[in-house]
Design a protein around this ligand. Structure first.
Ligand code: GYE
Length: 322
């Protein structure tokens, strides 16, 4: 009897131990996948929607999310990634604020055998084995789409068509690529002239500030091309304060497709927005599951998106999830 009891107790202990070591084995057992995520910041409506989508998708029992906000500073992201490495997370994911300067820290992650998933923005590294995959939009195509809208809208109009450009964060993939795509299209038509171009760092406040400065120097602006909706919304305020009508005296096209842009289109103040979908949390969660399980994943995953104009705004607005 005593012997039996001891055997039972031993069995119970070994089952418990088994469960524990299974948990410690990380993602192979039932234990959650520990993910360190470094977000750019909270600079725009797009970013807030993106953060919510990621937190929700990585909020279940399958994951343990360590989330860090870099406040648009690369040095903060590098610090966060180093701390994820020190904590030996299973997967590191991050949306790089700028394209360059990532090699040292990515090499450290590689040396620690921690796979890196890039979200939203690309990096410039000579060795692309430093990250496993990138999930995000095609920013060059978004720039082309904004330009194609403009070409269409200004059919039959005489030149010059004077454009003010509000760039995103200097050195960031979306700023570089959207500018490139936009020029690819407009440079084919000599009527289009980009007469002002400056960064508004993807925020409303800076978009407004930069537009105010443009208008102080020059009231002869026909079009604003803003690299995101928030800067366009800031520019709308500056245009109104200057006594001009946004959407009429100055046409405005921007990128993201956030709720604020649809509201501005409904009011006739913004002319068009090119969609950039931030709601890829669920797709990211699946990618991370695959990466953690050592399954092969595509090097580049592109998010699906479209273009919307004023006539579609009222019908589209209630359907928008961001
Ligand atoms: O367009 C902008 C945000 O990287 C796609 O960053 C993202 C951009 C987005 O601040 O609103």
């Amino acid at each position: 009897m005593k012997h039996r009891l001891v055997t039972c107790a031993l069995l119970a202990v070994s089952v418990l131990l088994g469960a524990c070591s299974n948990k410690e084995a990380g993602h192979q057992g039932k234990a959650p996948i520990v993910v360190g995520f470094s977000q750019v910041g909270a600079e725009s409506e797009w970013r807030t929607a993106n953060t919510n989508s990621i937190k929700e998708a990585l909020g279940g029992d399958d994951f343990k999310l360590k989330f860090s906000d870099a406040q648009q500073k690369q040095e903060n992201q590098i610090k966060a990634i180093r701390s994820f490495i020190a904590q030996r997370v299973n997967v590191i994911a991050f949306s790089p604020v700028v394209e360059s300067g990532w090699e040292p820290v990515l090499n450290e992650a590689k040396a620690a055998h921690i796979p890196v998933v890039l979200t939203d923005r690309a990096v410039k590294v000579p060795d692309d084995s430093l990250y496993v995959t990138l999930i995000g939009s095609d920013f060059v195509e978004e720039g082309r789409r904004a330009a194609r809208w403009l070409v269409d809208d200004s059919k039959g109009q005489p030149g010059p068509i004077r454009i003010a450009e509000l760039q995103g964060t200097v050195g960031s993939a979306p700023a570089i690529d959207r500018m490139k795509g936009f020029h690819e299209i407009i440079d084919a038509d000599p009527r289009f002239q980009v007469v002002h171009s400056q960064s508004g760092d993807f925020t409303r406040a800076k978009g407004k500030e930069v537009m105010e400065a443009f208008l102080k120097a020059d009231r002869n602006i026909n079009v604003v091309f803003a690299h995101n909706d928030d800067m366009a919304i800031g520019a709308i305020l500056a245009i109104e304060e200057a006594g001009l009508k946004p959407g009429k005296d100055i046409k405005i096209v921007s990128i993201d497709g956030v709720r604020g842009a649809f509201e501005a289109m409904k009011d006739g103040k913004l002319n068009a927005t090119v969609e950039c979908n931030p709601l890829f949390g669920p797709q990211l969660a699946q990618l991370i599951r695959d990466v953690a399980a050592g399954k092969p994943v595509p090097k580049r995953v592109v998010v699906q998106e479209g273009v919307f104009t004023q006539d579609q705004a009222a019908a589209e607005l209630p359907k928008r999830k961001y």
